[in-house]
Design a protein around this ligand. Structure first.
Ligand code: XMP
Length: 324
């Protein structure tokens, strides 16, 4: 009979047979559930012959790279290298305002950086890296077979075809038969913290699609700090797990405000929080007014450059979850 405990055993065996006694495996991690679970499973199977890489693209959440490094290395024993490629990504994003262009640039730069760094990981025993780990889930498999819609562009960053061809890597996808809730269950059995296992999804292009208009370091910092306050308050209120996804967007408009007896003229943060089962449709989350009041006041007071906070009360459809 199929149980998750059995799945772990069989999958570890299958990975060991597939990889063999000496070959090495690399994989990208994002700090999300899927790549962390896949990496942990891989580490259980082949130990430090699995090498994880986290690319810091300069549009991650506050302290994300440091936190992921800590959790994966110290907490889960995964061999992880963090690559700070922020300057490279931000350089390429300079002057770009079109959302799809941003996605493409981030996807392509990611592949470029990952390929370069993977070349650098030369295992001590002279073994070649032969496999690329992907945390692909069953719904991704189905979608990539059957979908020809706009979601193809949504998944641009998942396109690792170049890596497979150029680096002559073979793909290994231990989660390809699982649904999201099964991956979470698997994660908990593998000893991954509840907090990580139940984390909201975060898009590959990161804060680049939450800074509307041009993405600069200063703009990213504003969005990042506002987002951090919002999520912190959501956790504090004990409602994180009632919400499917929540984040702050920085709008490319200025608005007049008043601070003391000074007029200010600064930017606007839009908060977004949704409930959904499949992300195809979504409702905005009905926060208590006092909660919103507190978050707005914290953001305006603590984040330089923000004079106004709004809450997005549009459902999907007609709006999407993200603003870009
Ligand atoms: P939308 O905005 O399409 O979002 O209603 C639905 C879900 O998809 C996520 N999303 C993305 N994830 N790369 C990703 O990895 C992307 O380019 C991207 N665009 C949207 C979004 O965060 C939400 O969970």
């Amino acid at each position: 009979n199929w149980t998750m405990e059995n799945f772990i055993e069989t999958e570890i065996q299958r990975i060991r047979e597939l990889v063999g006694p000496t070959a090495e495996v690399i994989g990208a991690v994002s700090g999300g559930v899927d790549s962390t679970v896949a990496s942990k499973l891989m580490t259980e199977a082949i130990g430090d012959r699995f090498h994880a890489i986290l690319v810091d693209n300069g549009v991650l959440r506050l302290n994300e790279a440091t936190n992921v490094k800590k959790i994966l290395t110290e907490g889960l024993g995964i061999d992880l290298t963090v690559i700070d490629a922020s300057e490279e990504f931000l350089g390429k994003l300079k002057g770009v305002t079109d959302p799809e262009k941003k996605r493409k640039i981030i996807g392509n730069t990611f592949i470029h950086v990952f390929e370069r760094e993977a070349e650098r990981i030369k295992p001590k025993d002279g073994q070649e890296i032969q496999f690329l780990l992907q945390g692909t889930l069953y719904p991704d498999v189905i979608e990539s077979i059957s979908f020809k819609g706009p979601s193809q562009t949504i998944k641009t960053h998942h396109n690792v075809g170049g890596l497979l061809d150029n680096m002559k890597l073979k793909l290994i996808e231990p989660l390809r038969e699982l649904f999201k809730d099964e991956v979470r269950h698997l994660g908990e059995l593998l000893g991954i913290s509840h907090e990580l296992v139940w984390r909201h999804p975060f898009p590959g292009p990161g804060l680049a699609i939450r800074v509307l208009g041009e993405v600069t370091k200063a703009q990213v910092e504003i969005a990042r700090n506002a987002d951090c306050i919002f999520i912190e308050e959501i956790r504090k209120a004990g409602i994180y797990n009632n919400i499917s996804q929540a984040f702050a967007c920085l709008l490319p408009v200025k608005s007049v405000g008043v601070m003391g007896d000074q007029r200010t003229y600064e930017q606007v943060i839009a908060l977004r929080a949704i409930e959904t089962t499949d992300f195809m449709t979504a409702d905005w989350y009905p926060f208590e007014h006092s909660f919103l009041k507190n978050v707005a006041s914290r953001i305006v007071n603590e984040v330089d450059g923000v004079a106004r906070v709004t809450y997005d009360i549009t459902s999907k459809p007609p709006a999407t979850v993200e603003w870009e």
